[in-house]
Design a binder for this molecule. Structure first.
Ligand code: XMP
Length: 510
């Protein structure tokens, strides 16, 4: 294990991911964790993340007491670099000169960290004050125009540091810099997908013993991969429940019922609840109301299924597709921190009397996808873009009816097909297609006047869905989508493009 000590910047997760890209397992711990607790995790190496702009910044967190006397190889990045310098007797100068963005780095001494790398390279900087003098015994290995001490190392003590951010892609050789540190620390590249699968399966076996588990499938990546892993571990003692609320996109229910089952051999109960959801949604136009109804009905159906399954014997475990970012954000994975409530399928009730099985708790999204591939899940499922639990129910502005769902499903399928064909799947975060069911406009199709509805295309790019920008989809792709939708989908005579960023617009319309 490599511990990434989080000093409160948004970079810790990125560092942990980069370490894992070197096939070394990494875990994020808060900087408030004691050195004893850290040592209990038996780390092979420690990385101090970035944080405030300077060790002199207000509220700058201290390095855990005694960290540098543990003998564990340690790498300081940015704030971690300054904190290391200060703690070991170097000096950090209050220059007040800040350096942000791309900067040219001059390597003075290749040493361990820059071995074999070019003498001049672009790096990404983001700091206020600077290290003026390295601690005694350290070699200064790089500088920039503004920063005479931009990197130092003391290989004998296993201590290294850089002022720049090797974890961001703008640092040309950042990944090599990290890898050099990990190699020097003796970390072996053993974190592979195969190992992850084997270890996770083993962990689930230990946790569940000969008990039984249930899992709600949503059609999304996380619940599918979690279920597939648990199935590997305990076979038929896992029962999956798929509540088909009738609000999925074209082909998605079949993907779960047929392809997923074929790929995994999972024991699945499918509940066709479309009728029930439609009835409950009848006459409802308010978005929040819709969400509540869908969530409530989902829980009711799931509880019915749960009772039926328990008739065959007790079930103690509930499988959830919680990912590592959720764990980190809800308390740094320190033991029993509260788990962020999930809204995967409309939200499972909190008071379900189950022990949670969360086989993806240590994984990032991209790792989950690769585990899914390793487990042989259908590509369309593994690479699916985010889709809200309430489904198409919140993409029909107006009342949700069977007919409107059919129309939207066709339009959405065309948009997805054309975006895929244009090779834009990985570039676009997601592209909701929204039916403005209560808006009508005049058109002319064939020889006649039409009075139909518009659909909105909402392609966005995003890192994490918290903020987003509208995607600049090439005009010819938009044109094909528009032509096909208006030709092939009845009642749609207009296609419009949403060019709003988030904020102020949310990604979904409701
Ligand atoms: P908004 O519309 O808030 O969406 O910008 C942000 C991201 O969350 C998805 N989303 C949901 N996901 N249950 C979910 O599982 C929901 O109720 C829900 N509402 C929005 C949305 O698709 C986007 O990726």
């Amino acid at each position: 294990t490599v511990l990434v000590v989080d000093f409160g910047a948004q970079y810790a997760q990125l560092i942990a991911r980069r370490v894992r890209e070197c096939h070394v397992y990494s875990e994020i711990v808060p900087s408030t964790m004691s050195v004893e607790e850290m040592m209990a995790k038996n780390p092979k190496a420690i990385i101090l993340s970035g944080g405030p702009s300077s060790v002199y910044a207000e509220g700058a967190p201290p390095v855990p007491h005694g960290l540098f006397s543990t003998g564990v190889p340690t790498f300081g990045i940015c704030y971690g670099f300054q904190a290391m310098a200060q703690a070991l007797g170097g000096t950090v100068a209050r220059t007040g000169v800040a350096e942000y963005g791309g900067t040219s780095l001059k390597v003075l001494d290749e040493g361990v960290i820059f071995a074999g790398l070019p003498a001049s390279q672009q790096v990404w900087m983001s700091h206020g004050d600077s290290v003026a003098a390295a601690p005694e015994g350290f070699t200064v290995t790089a500088s920039t125009g503004e920063t005479p001490v931009a990197a130092f190392e003391h290989p004998g003590r296993g201590l290294y540091g850089v002022q720049f951010h090797p974890e961001v892609l703008h640092s040309e050789h950042g990944q090599a810099v990290l890898r050099h540190f990990l190699e020097a620390a003796g970390c072996r590249p053993s974190w592979t997908m195969l190992n992850i699968v084997e270890e996770s399966v083993e962990a689930v076996r230990r946790q569940v013993g000969d008990g039984r588990a249930i899992c709600a499938l949503s059609g999304g990546v996380d619940s599918a991969v979690a279920a597939a892993l648990v199935q590997r571990a305990i076979g038929d003692r896992l029962t999956c429940v798929f509540v088909d609320h009738g609000l999925l996109r074209k082909g998605e229910a079949e993907q779960v019922e047929r392809d997923f089952v074929a790929a995994t051999g999972v024991k699945l109960r499918v509940v066709d609840a479309a009728e029930r959801f439609l009835k409950a949604l009848s006459g409802v136009t308010d978005p929040e109301e819709k969400r509540k109804i869908i969530g409530r009905e989902f829980i009711r159906v799931f509880e019915d299924e749960q009772r039926a399954i328990m008739a065959d014997g007790p079930v103690d475990f509930l499988v959830q597709g919680t990912l590592y970012p959720d764990v980190v954000e809800s308390g740094g994975g320190t033991g029993t921190a509260n788990i962020k409530s999930h809204h995967n399928v409309g939200g499972l009730p909190e008071d379900l009397q189950f022990t949670l099985v969360e086989p993806l708790r240590t994984l990032f999204k991209d790792e989950v996808r690769r585990v899914g591939e390793e487990l042989g899940l259908p590509a369309a499922m593994v690479w699916r873009q985010p889709f809200p639990g309430p489904g198409l129910g919140i993409r029909i502005v107006g009342e949700v009816t069977r007919e409107r769902l059919e129309i939207l499903r066709e339009a959405d399928a065309i948009a997805r097909e054309e975006l895929s064909r244009a090779g834009l799947d990985r570039q676009i975060w997601q592209c909701p297609v929204v039916l403005l069911a209560d808006v009508r406009s005049v058109g002319v199709q064939g020889d006649g006047r039409t009075y139909g509805h518009p659909v909105v295309l909402r392609p966005v790019t995003s890192e994490d869905a918290m903020t987003a920008d509208w995607s600049r989809v090439p005009y010819d792709v938009l044109s094909r989508i528009s032509t096909r939708i208006t030709n092939e989908v009845r009642d749609i005579n207009r296609v419009v493009l949403d060019v709003t960023s988030k904020p102020p617009g949310t990604i979904e319309w409701e």
